[in-house]
Design a protein around this ligand. Structure first.
Ligand code: 5GP
Ligand code: ZN
Length: 113
């Protein structure tokens, strides 16, 4: 999608600190990290929200979670703990309308709202 910031990151049109990539997904450091580890994992394809993901593409989420596990191990937060999070639509506070999984760790996290 032409004016989507995460599509531009996926295409290399704007810079990001990339931490993982395969044929379908890419992961990069969040520009405004809330913890020492704050990585965003996105599909390369433009999918606006978790709700908009087609049922027959649900394996994409497994792939994203598998990447989260790998990144957590690489960062050494797999045993201390980390949080994976997908905000979907307005009430969740989704700001970027290109599906993304947050991986947040490296400090004690507070309870969820
Ligand atoms: P949301 O609230 O939509 O779940 O999260 C969007 C996330 O994207 C935020 O944590 C925000 O800091 C991050 N973000 C927004 N724009 C950019 C950008 O241009 N580059 C990177 N690396 N992260 C971004
Ligand atoms: Zn996009």
């Amino acid at each position: 999608m032409a004016d989507c910031i995460f599509c531009k990151i996926a295409k290399g049109e704007i810079p990001a600190e990339k931490v993982y990539e395969d044929e379908q997904i890419i992961a990069f450091n969040d520009i405004n990290p809330v913890a020492p580890t704050h990585v965003l994992i996105i599909p390369k394809e433009h999918i606006p929200t978790l709700d908009a993901l087609a049922d027959d593409k649900i394996e994409l989420v497994s792939r994203m979670v598998q990447a989260a596990r790998k990144i957590a191990r690489e960062r050494g937060v797999h045993e201390s703990g980390y949080r994976t999070l997908i905000n979907c639509n307005k009430d969740a506070g989704q700001e970027v309308f290109h599906l993304h999984l947050h991986v947040i760790g490296g400090r004690k996290l507070g309870p969820m709202a």
